[in-house]
Write a protein that binds this ligand. Structure first.
Ligand SMILES: NC(=O)c1ccc[n+]([C@@H]2O[C@H](COP(=O)([O-])OP(=O)(O)OC[C@H]3O[C@@H](n4cnc5c(N)ncnc54)[C@H](O)[C@@H]3O)[C@@H](O)[C@H]2O)c1
Length: 346
């Protein structure tokens, strides 16, 4: 069986999930890890029996490494991705694509200029069994037309969470609760609801004014091209990480998701459709449990030479919405999509 050589760039919180997934893959071999902090890289390298570096360019020079995972802060995604694609490496980057539209567009450009390698973007919650079941219901029309979608994220992040060199700042994180924690839920609403015709967003910093410059709370109204309406609310100002809530209202019932459990609500009765999954990834429960599924899928696509479905343009769709929510909030105006822009989001 052909094996792909891997490297993980960034050895912080999320890297453990990628390291475990690569270790579990029969068609991957971890060759190296990289972190600007040598002690972190060394510790991980010793645990996984691989090489380590503090400069990612060392990894890009190696012929035995074909895939790099980007697990750095948001502002480092674009420069590392562009260099890695130009060096002929496949790239799987953590969400969000980047911290600004220009940075994300530089990634799309590099991907376009290097058609022999693939760019994948992590949105692992699309692989959750509940998400797959909802998507199937939307696409098949089994409960009639989709009328409305709701996504609610009420989590807790205190000041110590922001004690890093990149979180809490517009320049490096690119935003707060929307671009970082709740982008997954907005992505699911978008994936289920399809093309967005317009949105209006409002953000604020309700609980961490003296700590961060980005928002800790956001709400969005989405008008989908299908006619469905979406409402979205997310905050880091709550007292705990509550299970994410999703609701999709159809002509003949509603799908209600709380955490990993999916219910069908029909005629006043709730029936369980999908039970919670085992957390395969070994990460925090609120990250979801499907990183390993997405990473495995990406490797299979690369090995088979087939285009991966959550590629640069697909990853950019929800990222672009996030950036537009910020713009809408700053200007107080609804953003309307038309023509090519709407088509790119479909
Ligand atoms: N998909 C999810 O559910 C999920 C969950 C958590 C975090 N994330 C994402 O993972 C990424 C990393 O988040 P984190 O919480 O692990 O951050 P972190 O700050 O804990 O770790 C980032 C690491 O990257 C290193 N680094 C930064 N620039 C580098 C460079 N140029 N070369 C090598 N190393 C570099 C830093 O030294 C640090 O150790 C972010 O994009 C975040 O949004 C995704």
């Amino acid at each position: 069986m052909k094996t792909l050589g891997s490297a993980i760039i960034g050895c912080g919180s999320i890297s453990g999930v990628h390291l475990k997934a690569v270790a579990d893959l029969e068609n991957a071999e971890l060759k190296a890890v990289v972190d600007l902090d040598e002690s972190k890289a060394k510790r991980v390298a010793e645990q996984y029996g691989c090489d380590y570096y503090t400069d990612y360019n060392e990894v890009l020079k190696r012929d035995d490494i074909q895939i790099v995972h980007i697990c750095t802060g948001h502002h480092q995604h674009a420069p590392v991705t562009v260099d890695a694609l130009n060096a002929g490496k496949h790239v799987l980057t953590e969400k969000p694509m980047a911290e600004t539209k220009a940075a994300a567009q530089s990634m799309l450009k590099a991907a376009g200029q290097n058609p022999g390698v693939q760019l994948g973007v992590i949105f692992q919650n699309r692989y959750n069994a509940s998400s797959q079941r909802i998507k199937q219901a939307v696409d098949s029309g089994e409960f009639g037309k989709l009328l409305g979608l709701k996504g609610i994220v009420t989590w807790h992040r205190n000041s110590s969470y922001y004690e890093t060199d990149w979180k809490g700042n517009w320049a490096t994180e690119g935003g707060g609760v929307l671009i970082n924690q709740s982008i997954h839920t907005l992505d699911l609403l978008h994936w289920f609801g399809g093309q967005v015709a317009s949105l209006k967003g409002t953000f604020s910093n309700d609980s961490l004014e003296d700590v961060i410059e980005v928002e800790d709370t956001v709400h969005v109204f989405l008008q989908f091209a299908s006619g469905a309406k979406g409402i979205f609310y997310a905050t880091n100002a709550y007292v705990k990480n509550s299970p994410v809530e999703l609701e999709l209202c159809f002509e003949q019932g509603a799908l209600v998701q709380r955490g990993d459990t999916l219910y069908l609500e029909q005629d006043g009765k709730l029936t369980v459709l999908v039970e919670p999954q085992v957390n395969l990834s070994g990460g925090k429960s609120y990250w979801g449990s499907s990183h390993e599924l997405q990473i495995r899928d990406f490797y299979e696509h690369v090995l088979e030479g087939k285009p991966f479905w959550i590629d640069g343009p697909e990853g950019y769709k929800t990222f672009g919405l996030v950036m537009d929510v910020y713009e809408s909030s700053r200007t107080g105006k609804t953003i309307t999509y038309s023509g090519a822009e709407a088509a790119a989001r479909s």
